[in-house]
Design a protein around this ligand. Structure first.
Ligand SMILES: [Zn+2]
Length: 113
């Protein structure tokens, strides 16, 4: 028997927790566009679905704030609606490019160090 849930749902990720514990990251909700700068722990506490606590970096999975659902994400469009890259909107394509370049694409450089 094949459990499709395991192949279609991204698995929780714990490998990067320690390495990025105190790293400020740019959290971008792909559904409502809200942006926040937080550490992974702060984002997790604030209720965001975001790597590296919820998912691995650079793997397509939902990137949402505490108010938005996964049905507005690129992950949903691809995994649930089976859309191709060409069928996505420009902002959804941008989201994919940002995800593929994680964590570099969301790391906030500290100017004062
Ligand atoms: Zn949102």
């Amino acid at each position: 028997m094949i459990n499709f849930k395991e192949t279609s749902m991204p698995l929780p990720n714990k490998d990067n927790r320690e390495k990025f514990k105190n790293q400020k990251l740019r959290f971008v909700c792909e559904a409502c566009g809200q942006k926040m700068i937080m550490t992974p722990a702060e984002g997790y506490k604030a209720g965001w679905d975001y790597p590296p606590y919820m998912y691995p970096f650079s793997v397509i999975s939902p990137r949402t704030c505490n108010k938005c659902g996964i049905e507005k994400t690129v992950w949903w469009e691809i995994c649930m609606k089976h859309k191709t890259f060409e069928e996505l909107t420009d902002s959804q394509k941008e989201t994919i490019e940002r995800i593929y370049r994680e964590p570099e694409s969301i790391i906030v450089k500290d100017k004062y160090k």
